[in-house]
Design a protein around this ligand. Structure first.
Ligand code: BG6
Length: 470
């Protein structure tokens, strides 16, 4: 009998990416522009080449096989499949993903497919304001129908990536400058939840054996001090940034605290009579967790100036600076945890903590859909990358994951971010996450050669030993 704290024998050791961050060919082979490609930080690299995966996908899958991956999480680009957002299918796009999935299956790598990773077709944004209009729900459903029909052999689907972060970050959505921003954000969130529910319903009908769930970006909040106001601040931050989404997905309900806050501030979304029943009847099979860091919060009084969400990129990388709600909480640095070069808190214990917290509350299997270290990697003269910092980061997180499993949390798999270096949405190609180095920088495309980092060889052993050899 296997010791209960070991990884299950069918544990999905994987790695993750997203279409616009790796594929390139962003306006080629029938594909049109997406919202994120339009709005991302072009002070660094742009998405036209990215990691060149559209061209080198076979090489990339051969590397996945060499790494020993049991699963690969990637996203399908909506505007590559439906260049007009709906209607006419781009056969070349379908063929691209078909070949990819076939090859993964041939190598016994389980495809875990994200339906929506920030890339709404820009034409739908222009036509009716994208996620601000209920029209998007039908278009999203039609897009899902295409995916579930052409890729009916995919067993694991992720509906929407990081709904929780999407409306916090200016480059992932487009907002209308004439409507109060906070109002728009919660309206879009509601519409997105309905679209997520539609995808689950459709999946149940067309692919009854497949597993489907959302991927949520989760940041546990710690109180800055034992001051009762700070303890409440941490609770409020969890309410507004985590449990709002979890309760919507899992219970089909708005949490009373959140709803009251929205109503008091006149920013509650329009809820039509059937909405909540629809959401409620679309319970996911699992929840995908993207975990990078924890956060400390303190109470801030209501009359504090709220930092404005900037609608256009100002050239700064800092994408977390906007996250505070006067009267509730304000994020601050943690004096006890080391930071990444981008000042993200490195907190493996927070990983164990939040997995326990979510599993205790919701009793649903979890899948780690992202976790990783974004840093500057250096290619040595003899073409090596000694990324010990990344190995340490991943090892410490896998240890805590193992402890969470020992605590009783059901976890199906681990998909570190990212398989190959890719275009970081906020920080271009300087900030690297991959097990495989891509020979390019922000401005110079160079050779796009794939070079295995030290972390590649380390992770290969982790997988081969089912997590025993860390
Ligand atoms: C997650 C996203 O929020 O974080 C990824 O799902 C993203 O798309 C990752 O790349 C890391 O963020 P960043 O800004 O460092 O690329």
């Amino acid at each position: 009998v296997q010791a209960p704290h070991l990884f299950p024998s069918d544990f999905l050791w994987g790695a993750a990416t997203a279409a616009y961050q790796i594929e390139g060919a962003h306006l080629k082979h029938g594909k049109t522009l997406s919202v994120v490609e339009k709005n991302m930080n072009k002070n660094y690299a742009d998405p036209s080449i990215a990691s060149g995966h559209y061209q080198y996908w076979e090489k990339d899958i051969a590397l996945m096989r060499e790494l020993g991956l049991k699963a690969y999480r990637f996203s399908i680009s909506w505007p590559r499949i439906l260049p007009d957002g709906r209607g006419k299918i781009n056969q070349e796009g379908v063929d691209f993903y078909r070949k990819l999935i076939n090859k993964l299956k041939e190598y016994e790598i389980e495809p875990i497919v994200t339906i929506y990773h920030f890339d709404l077709p820009q034409c739908l944004q222009e036509e009716y304001g994208g996620w601000s209009s209920r029209k998007v729900i039908d278009d999203f459903e039609a897009y899902c129908q295409v995916l579930f029909t052409y890729f009916d052999d995919v067993n694991y689907w992720l509906t929407i990536n990081e709904q929780s972060n999407m409306f916090q970050l200016p480059y992932l959505m487009e907002f209308n400058p004439d409507i109060p921003l906070e109002k728009q954000k919660y309206e879009m969130n509601h519409i997105m939840t309905l679209a997520h529910a539609k995808a689950i319903h459709l999946c149940r009908t067309l692919l009854p054996n497949a597993k489907i769930g959302p991927a949520l970006g989760i940041i546990p909040n710690y109180p800055a001090s034992p001051k009762p106001e700070d303890i409440l601040a941490a609770r409020y931050a969890d309410e507004m940034r985590t449990y709002l989404f979890m309760d919507l997905y899992m219970k089909g309900e708005y949490r009373p605290f959140v709803w009251n806050y929205l109503v008091e501030n006149g920013i509650e979304p329009t809820v039509e009579p059937e909405d909540m029943a629809r959401i409620q009847s679309a319970k996911p099979d699992f929840i995908g967790i993207n975990y990078y860091q924890s956060r400390v919060v303190k109470y801030i009084p209501e009359d504090t100036d709220k930092k404005e969400l900037k609608l256009n990129y100002d050239g700064k990388d800092d994408d977390t600076q906007y996250d505070n709600i006067p009267g509730l909480f304000e994020g601050m640095t943690n004096p006890f945890t080391p930071k990444t070069k981008w000042d993200w808190e490195i907190d493996p214990i927070g990983f164990r903590y939040i997995l326990n917290e979510l599993y205790d509350r919701y009793q649903i299997p979890l899948m780690i859909t992202e976790n990783g270290l974004g840093t500057l990697d250096e290619l040595t003269a003899d073409k090596q990358i000694h990324d010990q910092e990344r190995i340490d980061f991943l090892r410490d997180h896998i240890r805590q994951l193992q402890l969470a499993i020992k605590d009783g949390v059901e976890v199906w798999g681990y998909m570190p971010w990212s398989f190959i270096d890719l275009l970081s949405t906020s920080s271009g190609f300087r900030k690297r996450y991959g097990f495989v180095y891509i020979d390019r920088d922000d401005k110079d495309i160079k050779t796009l050669e794939r070079i295995k980092k030290d972390s590649f060889f380390w992770y290969q052993k982790v997988i081969a030993s089912n997590g025993c050899q860390l």
